[in-house]
Design a protein around this ligand. Sequence first.
Ligand SMILES: *[C@@H]1O[C@H](CO)[C@@H](O)[C@H](O)[C@H]1NC(C)=O
Ligand SMILES: *[C@@H]1O[C@H](CO)[C@@H](O)[C@H](O)[C@H]1NC(C)=O
Ligand SMILES: *[C@@H]1O[C@H](CO)[C@@H](O)[C@H](O)[C@H]1NC(C)=O
Ligand SMILES: *[C@@H]1O[C@H](CO)[C@@H](O)[C@H](O)[C@H]1NC(C)=O
Ligand SMILES: *[C@@H]1O[C@H](CO)[C@@H](O)[C@H](O)[C@H]1NC(C)=O
Ligand SMILES: *[C@@H]1O[C@H](CO)[C@@H](O)[C@H](O)[C@H]1NC(C)=O
Ligand SMILES: *[C@@H]1O[C@H](CO)[C@@H](O)[C@H](O)[C@H]1NC(C)=O
Ligand SMILES: *[C@@H]1O[C@H](CO)[C@@H](O)[C@H](O)[C@H]1NC(C)=O
Ligand SMILES: *[C@@H]1O[C@H](CO)[C@@H](O)[C@H](O)[C@H]1NC(C)=O
Ligand SMILES: *[C@@H]1O[C@H](CO)[C@@H](O)[C@H](O)[C@H]1NC(C)=O
Ligand SMILES: *[C@@H]1O[C@H](CO)[C@@H](O)[C@H](O)[C@H]1NC(C)=O
Length: 808
Amino acid sequence: MALKYAAILSVVACARATTDDLFGVRDDLHFSLASRATNLDASTPVYKNPKATIEDRVNDLLPRMTVAEKVAQIIQGDIGGWMNLNDPLDDTLTFNQTGLEEMMRLKGGNLWAGYLAPYDKFVYAVRIGQKYLMENTTLGIPALIQSEGLHGFTNKGTIFPSPIGLAASFNPDLVKQVANVTSTEAEALGINHIFAPVLDLSRELRWGRVEENFGEDPFLTGEMGHAFVTGLQSGRRRNTSSTAIARMAATCKHFAAFGSPQGGLNLAQVSGGERELRTTYLKPFNRACLDSLSIMTAYSSYDGIPAIANTHLLTDVLRKEWGYKYFVTTDAGSVDLLISLHGTCDTRECAAKISLENGLSGEMGGGSYTYLTLQDQIKAGTVDVKYLDDTVRGIIRAKFALGLFENPYPYDDYESFIRTPFSNKTLQQADRESIVLLENHNATLPLKKSLRSIALVGPQADRVSFGDYVFYNATLNGTTPLQGFKQFLNASTSTKINYAKGCELWSNDESGIPAAVQATQNSDVAVVMVGTWSLDQTLLWTPGTNATTGEHVDVADLGLVGAQLKLVQAVKATGKPTIVVFVSGKPIAEPWIQAHADAVLQQFYPGELGGLALAEVIFGAVNPSGKLPVSFPRDVGTTPVFYNYLKGSRPLDPGAVMDDGRLNFGHQASRYVLNSPLPLWSFGHGLSYTTFNYTDLKLSPSTIGTADDFAVSVTVRNTGKVDGQEVVQVYMTDDISSVVTPNQELVGFAKISIPAGASTTVSIKVTSSQLAVWSLKNSWIVEPGSFTIKVGTSDQTFAKATLTVRKP
Ligand SMILES: *[C@@H]1O[C@H](CO)[C@@H](O)[C@H](O)[C@H]1NC(C)=O
Ligand SMILES: *[C@@H]1O[C@H](CO)[C@@H](O)[C@H](O)[C@H]1NC(C)=O
Ligand SMILES: *[C@@H]1O[C@H](CO)[C@@H](O)[C@H](O)[C@H]1NC(C)=O
Ligand SMILES: *[C@@H]1O[C@H](CO)[C@@H](O)[C@H](O)[C@H]1NC(C)=O
Ligand SMILES: *[C@@H]1O[C@H](CO)[C@@H](O)[C@H](O)[C@H]1NC(C)=O
Ligand SMILES: *[C@@H]1O[C@H](CO)[C@@H](O)[C@H](O)[C@H]1NC(C)=O
Ligand SMILES: *[C@@H]1O[C@H](CO)[C@@H](O)[C@H](O)[C@H]1NC(C)=O
Ligand SMILES: *[C@@H]1O[C@H](CO)[C@@H](O)[C@H](O)[C@H]1NC(C)=O
Ligand SMILES: *[C@@H]1O[C@H](CO)[C@@H](O)[C@H](O)[C@H]1NC(C)=O
Ligand SMILES: *[C@@H]1O[C@H](CO)[C@@H](O)[C@H](O)[C@H]1NC(C)=O
Ligand SMILES: *[C@@H]1O[C@H](CO)[C@@H](O)[C@H](O)[C@H]1NC(C)=O
């Protein structure tokens, strides 16, 4: 969902069917036209039978529907059609009868409900809508009720770290619980469809939406996405049929290749071919989304084909090859973009036809509702009803899978589902595990609680920086680092906190720097918090506001904005140990900080307990265990910087501009003359307060056939003095392949807790399909030969072995 929600309410003139227009109903069946929801022989219609199989119910319902009813299923409506939800504080429980009837007649199948509203009013609105559909329409088809939940349920639910931070935990079980809480908090209010997770890859760092992704790697993204979908969907709504398989529809988005827009500009075209599509962009979707009850298309075009009208992608691959059978929806307003952005249509009729026939997808609001033209196009024979039928099958199948025909209503005791102790416990763990320790020279960290004083400096020190996809005022429930430090360093210690903002995030004004230097001089150590910032879904889209990350907020530079670097340099110049904390939604390219700070921590936009978690990590109450899901470049001009580049793409012997201004020219041909394409910190990097030693790497077996899986086992010892969690990472290189393959790629990982002095043996399974290349013949083939398997932490390899794949 993206374009302004307000636009959704504009109703466009359309050819509307009269209520007695039965066009499209098959009347050769076992029901009468006058009473389509009952059978001629008085038996219960199969679609109303909770015990019947989902397929039988779909096949029974579809022929009873008119074309108008089918079209209404797949155009997104809005609960704002019958309730005034413009004032988030208004609690008036009245609805608009005319608005209700009109909404349900034209767009009653799936309804946007992403409003900030008092819960009793929200629940009232949903109940009115579902009751009307169930009891006052001919067929009684309940609606999908939709909202956002990328990192927490947005209508005053618990806010977790942004997806990039969740990914940094490298802990799929934790991500599953985050999604579980998000789902639980939304479910009770009657929401049954959430627009998450995002499975785009952060390979183009200028793009504003990097924070919404699980990082740059297809495998990590697929694992996190799978955990998220499982957490959202697992379970069953109350009082539903035993055939229901989910309590919430997840939405994998944005299908596909949306995350690499040209120039980093949102919505811009993406270049690439079939091999890149298969081996990179589609992998996470294939892993995570086959059971996801919904998928959302991308706004962009790929290789010149708009994603929403890409038959190859949406029909040949998704539906036919993968067998995907649920609801595909376009993103907000994107059907109209065929006319206004891509220039592949000049009429709404064309846009609706092209999008339906190629994508078998519904139309989300935010545009002109081009799908309202479908009934006439079908009557005129220009659109074949079979495409409409296939699309409708997907959405009603999702509804049966959710058990909505049995109970689509909110629960009376919804309060008890929201912000529970389990929500808070999951939040606390997510905030702790998403922090990444990037540098720690001379064991500067952890700090001792016996310190006399600490300077907390910087524009992020007393600010709650949530990522995008939270609602207005959500930050009021967040903990700033200053608050977190105070809570942590409570009456039990005498450590004094000297706070100074130093500068604003958004200004070159250096007048606050002397006070920050003074605070540092008065303290034993300084923690300087700088970074990027985003805004909530209201402010982010309000003209006159400013941000450096988030949807539609793309940048041309990845360095710190304004006076922030000067602030860090001035603090460091005092000679006091200087710990830099980046609070951000994407990598920050500041090589000076990497070279000079005594310690560096990365906190991707946190959840509500972020400030406290930071204090816990800095003082060692929590041992950091996060790893980077995305590589940090030295400069925007050295991007892309992702670690899994194809062989031959990053020549070495780089040049550099030295701190003192000297120019060190790199030598051999074709590298950056005055910079390096190597990252400051690579994917998978993250330190701990303890150390781990890897021994006894074994491949079982070490020689396999082309269709065999294998396991990688290794013994990891905690060789330090404190307990810790390690992320064991398995990388693979296909030594010789018929097409160019990545220099290395992650094929497995496991996060394990190891007490100080203890050791654990882990075994990580790798499937043969992970070895396959998309061959010159356009098919997946595991090619015989040798594969190098590396096991360790990040780019530091501790152990290596060779896997041999035999000729068949
Ligand atoms: C947002 O928070 C402010 C400050 O507490 C409050 O006055 C205002 O009513 C809140 N607005 C909404 C929509 O919750
Ligand atoms: C009720 O909804 C109808 C149809 O959308 C609209 O024309 C009318 O203005 C609404 N009435 C009120 C009081 O909002
Ligand atoms: C639904 O139908 C009942 C019975 O005809 C009627 O009393 C009720 O007002 C209708 N509800 C709505 C919201 O239209
Ligand atoms: C903040 O949290 C409280 C409960 O602690 C909750 O009642 C309130 O709705 C939350 N507000 C927002 C904007 O999330
Ligand atoms: C979700 O959390 C609840 C505890 O609140 C637990 O009972 C349930 O098993 C969890 N679901 C999943 C899929 O982990
Ligand atoms: C719905 O389920 C709840 C428990 O999940 C149960 O207490 C209640 O009786 C059920 N209601 C109906 C109408 O079956
Ligand atoms: C959530 O956990 C934090 C950290 O333990 C605690 O400070 C806070 O009071 C808890 N919040 C609730 C609502 O229980
Ligand atoms: C670490 O400490 C040693 C000795 O105290 C000092 O010489 C060195 O410069 C320090 N290194 C860093 C990176 O701070
Ligand atoms: C202070 O915080 C510590 C850890 O955060 C906690 O164990 C202790 O109970 C707190 N003491 C007081 C007086 O709040
Ligand atoms: C940026 O936004 C902040 C509020 O978030 C505002 O205080 C500040 O004046 C803005 N700065 C500029 C340069 O627009
Ligand atoms: C790890 O342990 C092995 C065996 O105890 C030892 O030979 C090796 O030097 C250690 N490696 C590191 C990096 O500590």
